[in-house]
Design a protein around this ligand. Structure first.
Ligand SMILES: Nc1ncnc2c1ncn2[C@@H]1O[C@H](COP(=O)(O)OP(=O)(O)OP(=O)(O)O)[C@@H](O)[C@H]1O
Length: 325
């Protein structure tokens, strides 16, 4: 597939539990263009992973997409059969997770892991697939790739496993790469190498979505950001602008502790209080019970995303912020 944008519009995802239905992703929209990187940030439980699992159609049995659209190029991902979707995963959309062992199949050699998508999708023959696999392992900095290709994931160190996982995501040159906390479990040196690899992929036109708690990493690597709270997008815009001048009180609270001098690589600190139980979402703005600036209106009126900059690049779901532009 040539470089394509991923466009998600009005996505809604629910979990059907025994006694109720929980809306955990509510009207989420974003676009990732070729060669751009989008950060998805927000506290634990805000719906970041479920959003991406919905797009990949990898929800657990109790989850369902209740509305919205997800298009990659001209393809409606939510309308594909499971068989068609399997072709998209691993070929057009690559995935990198925090835990490489989860992503790699422990029973397959690196050669099988890296060549199976190419062979399965009929991209090339076995000899060419092996050549590409060796080349990609070399690209991600695995020494002696001709020998290492015969090893199993458990025979690699943690850092090498992480690289092998990225190699499996890179080998098909996907249009979009989803990276869910890719740098959390590795030390700073490996972290830097991984980001350099992802940057190479981005430079070749792959769009990247990075779910991360680390604003230093997001600032270094990403172009745009969406901030999620209780399943909704509360703010969006170019990441540097958001970090320099957050508009939503939640974004400001989330970022402030992390942006102290010398604290660039500290994970996000929670805002005082706790996110709402989604079964009892507060009326109006879901953040209002924790917001130091809340007024009566905040607990009564829904807050849609509204433009916050003249160029239309920034949007915020807070009527007070919009008032004070
Ligand atoms: N299988 C499930 N059944 C019911 N609720 C679920 C299930 N999986 C996730 N949830 C709920 O969906 C919401 C969003 O979860 P999600 O994992 O997307 O959050 P997150 O922002 O990715 O958090 P983290 O940063 O901790 O990964 C949470 O309230 C979570 O409890």
């Amino acid at each position: 597939m040539s470089a394509s944008s991923l466009e998600v519009e009005g996505l809604r995802t629910e979990f059907v539990l025994r006694d109720r239905v929980l809306r955990v992703v509510d009207d989420v929209s974003f676009t990732v263009k070729p060669g751009r990187a989008l950060a998805i940030v927000g506290e634990s439980g805000s719906g970041k992973s479920v959003t991406m699992r919905s797009v990949m159609r990898l929800l657990p049995k109790t989850g369902r997409v209740a509305g919205g659209r997800a298009r990659l190029g001209g393809t409606d991902l939510l309308g594909l059969s499971e068989r068609q979707m399997r072709k998209v995963r691993g070929r057009d959309i690559g995935m990198v997770f925090q835990n490489a062992m989860e992503a790699l199949n422990p029973t397959l050699t690196l050669e099988r892991q890296l060549t199976e998508h190419l062979l399965w999708h009929g991209v090339c023959d076995r000899a060419e697939a092996k050549r590409r696999a060796i080349q990609t392992l070399g690209d991600v900095g695995i020494p002696e790739p001709e020998q290492r290709i015969r090893t199993y994931p458990f025979q690699l160190s943690g850092g090498m496993r992480q690289r092998a996982m990225i190699a499996t995501a890179m080998v098909t040159q996907p249009s979009v790469l989803i990276a869910d906390e890719p740098t959390t479990a590795v030390d700073v040196t490996v972290q830097r190498q991984l980001l350099d690899l992802l940057a190479q992929l981005k430079a070749r036109g792959t769009g990247v979505i990075m779910i991360t708690h680390d604003l230093g990493v997001a600032r270094y690597f990403c172009d745009d950001a969406i901030v999620m709270y209780a399943g909704r997008v509360v703010e969006r815009g170019p990441i540097r602008q958001l970090l320099e001048r957050p508009a939503h009180p939640y974004t400001a609270g989330l970022f402030s502790s992390t942006l102290e001098v010398g604290a660039r690589h500290r994970p996000l600190q929670p805002v005082p209080g706790a996110p709402p139980d989604l079964a009892h979402r507060p009326p109006g703005c879901a953040f209002h019970p924790r917001c130091g600036q809340a007024e009566q209106r905040c607990g009564q009126e829904e807050q849609p995303l509204l433009p916050w900059s003249e160029d239309g690049q920034r949007e915020v779901a807070c009527w007070k912020a919009v008032q004070h532009v």
